[in-house]
Design a protein around this ligand. Structure first.
Ligand SMILES: C[S@@+](CC[C@H](N)C(=O)[O-])C[C@H]1O[C@@H](n2cnc3c(N)ncnc32)[C@H](O)[C@@H]1O
Length: 239
């Protein structure tokens, strides 16, 4: 069952795929996602267990005139290193999607992940458990067979304690892209609210003010407030 072309196009739009990207399709089937990404100028690799499908995908890519931008590999996705991708796409059985989740979460922050239909909520024993919620879901109407597309952006890791340059401490916990914690100043602490990561961008509210920061491993560069009331701040990770 391939992804309907309309849904492939929607997924690539959601990830904003361009000629700057390397897309890797995990379970490439007849190659349509890889070929569509190449039509947008991206380099694209399809990983597929079935050698017959790999040959079909290569033939389809040649017929579409995108052989130079595409590659198809006969391999098991659980043994293939896809860490160089800037975009991952998949349309896999739910249990395979969930098995991939830890590896996908450890990809480079900012990597976009696309999935037809199956999301990364739940666990293998409890499908209703909270998991990694999609950042965006689009459902096509009318439905061309399969109609639900999800996108995630791999968040950077922020859990731990950060010292702001004014001495305050920011204690953070993280569950996928959701961030909670407290801002501590001279013995008193306020909870942060609405904490969220979009790749390397952290946003949260504290003391009634919006905070935004770019996170670069051990350092954050942030702004607080909006318009004329914007202040800059920095923080370092406390080892
Ligand atoms: C539903 S098709 C999706 C094809 C294509 N990505 C699309 O969206 O149209 C899933 C594909 O994943 C392949 N597949 C399943 N498990 C795999 C694995 N462990 N390694 C590589 N490919 C796998 C299957 O052979 C099948 O071609």
């Amino acid at each position: 069952m391939p992804t309907p072309q309309e849904l492939v196009d929607t997924m690539l739009d959601m990830a904003g795929v361009t000629g700057e990207d390397l897309l890797i399709d995990l379970g490439a089937g007849d190659g349509r996602v890889v070929i569509s990404a190449a039509h947008r100028g991206a380099r694209a690799i399809g990983v597929e267990l079935d050698p017959g499908l790999v040959e079909l995908a290569k033939t389809n890519a040649a017929a579409a005139g995108v052989s130079a931008l595409t590659e198809f590999v006969t391999a098991d996705i659980f043994e293939f290193d896809f860490s160089s991708a800037s975009v991952i796409s998949m349309f896999l059985l739910p249990e395979l999607t969930l098995r991939l989740r830890p590896t996908l979460f450890d990809l480079r922050p900012g990597t976009r992940i696309l999935s037809n239909t199956w999301d990364m909520r739940g666990t293998e024993t409890d499908p209703e458990a909270r998991g990694w919620d999609p950042d965006q879901t689009i459902v096509l109407d009318p439905c061309p067979g399969f109609c639900t597309a999800h996108v995630w952006t791999v968040p950077t890791k922020v859990a731990g304690t950060w010292r702001l340059d004014d001495g305050r401490l920011l204690h953070l916990t993280q569950r996928f892209q959701q961030v909670a914690g407290r801002l501590e100043s001279g013995g008193s602490a306020t909870e942060i609210f609405g904490g969220r990561l979009d790749g390397t961008t952290l946003t949260f509210g504290a003391n009634g003010v919006d905070h935004t920061a770019e996170v670069d491993q051990a350092a954050m560069r942030g702004t607080t407030g909006t318009g004329d009331n914007t202040n800059s701040w920095r923080a370092q990770r406390v080892p």
